[in-house]
Write a protein that binds this ligand. Sequence first.
Ligand SMILES: Cc1cc2nc3c(=O)[nH]c(=O)nc-3n(C[C@H](O)[C@H](O)[C@H](O)COP(=O)(O)OP(=O)(O)OC[C@H]3O[C@@H](n4cnc5c(N)ncnc54)[C@H](O)[C@@H]3O)c2cc1C
Length: 385
Amino acid sequence: MNYTLNHIEIREAVSKLCNKYDGKYWQNCDRNNSYPKEFVQELTDAGYLSSLIPEEYGGLGLSLSVGAAILEEIHKSGCNAAACHAQMYTMGTLLRYGSDEQKKEYLPRIANGSIRLQAFGVTEPSSGSDTTSLKCNATLKDDNYYINGQKIWTSRAEHSDLMLLLARTSPKEKLQKRTDGLSVFIVDLNSVPKDTITIKSIRTMMNHATTEIFFDNMPVPAKNLIGEEGKGFKYILSGMNAERILIAAECIGDAKWFINKASNYSCERKIFERPIGKNQGIQFPIARSYSQMRSAELMLNEATRLFDNGYNPGEEANLAKLLCADAQWSAAEACIQTYGGFGFAEEYDIERKYREARLYQVAPISTNMILSYIAEHVLKMPRSY
Ligand SMILES: Cc1cc2nc3c(=O)[nH]c(=O)nc-3n(C[C@H](O)[C@H](O)[C@H](O)COP(=O)(O)OP(=O)(O)OC[C@H]3O[C@@H](n4cnc5c(N)ncnc54)[C@H](O)[C@@H]3O)c2cc1C
């Protein structure tokens, strides 16, 4: 089962770190809706969250393939990287499009863990998947942009020092291209006036530290605009392949965790005086989800290989996200069914991981939007929206 694995040493180190954070730790965070701060701190201290930051800015300067291996191991160990995974990839926009000054100001501190860039404010309640219709706006006056509007599902905003924010700088009606007119800002959440921003936590079916944010004339220094005004959509899109590949790796990690749990339990649990795993009704869903996981993993490896070789693998990154999330969900189903009633008891961790796994059919991009990308951009079918 391990012969295709790469980066064995780093995987073993990550797995060792994760073993300190057992089911009880995660159950406790889940029950109290609390942020796994010790876990995130230890990952930060070990440098894993800065693995993709180039060495010249104090990061480990490793490939996306290593980042994917780290996140997969976290999930394969039963932990959850959702509390901090954005720290790994959100800085990509800053790295690719930020000025030298911006990079020098933020990247070394993100790399050494003294500040966190974990919040990514794109989605809004009224525009949802239709990002180019977002309304939250930024108006330039003297040395500041003033932000007004609302974001939703801005995860980890309460546990982040910085937020990458996408806001409208030109009205949609005045644009020739609907993808223009949006700009990206790096917002220092510690220095904005407190009465101009309200962050409200949203309770969700799993512990995800997600929030909604209201901006009331919040000033952001003009120097915090990333790249050119009006080109923000393109900048955000350019980070999507990396994000999809890394999330797909988490899905594969979860799938492996579910399959491992299910196959072990099916050998131990004796009903009608024999292990339940002897029944093909129990075996086959686990074997099927294993085969789905292995084939999804191949697509993930291909997407990662292309990305690390300098290509822009939109097709493979989207396919990897789709197939890995499906494999994860199929493994989650097989696992909870194998555990029978015990799958619903908190102490076995299955129900928690099951709830956590469901998200990846919807976020960071929903399955339908991936299918429509494949239909339009790969198969050249008409645009559906
Ligand atoms: C826990 C959680 C954390 C999140 N974290 C973040 C974050 O940190 N930052 C951030 O910016 N966003 C975040 N999101 C938002 C996430 O990216 C969106 O929920 C997702 O993109 C879908 O948008 P929506 O919820 O508005 O759904 P909608 O856009 O309202 O869509 C609802 C359903 O309709 C489908 N649909 C819509 N249009 C079409 C179409 N043309 N064709 C076919 N189907 C269609 C969608 O696929 C979906 O299934 C998070 C979401 C959740 C739930």
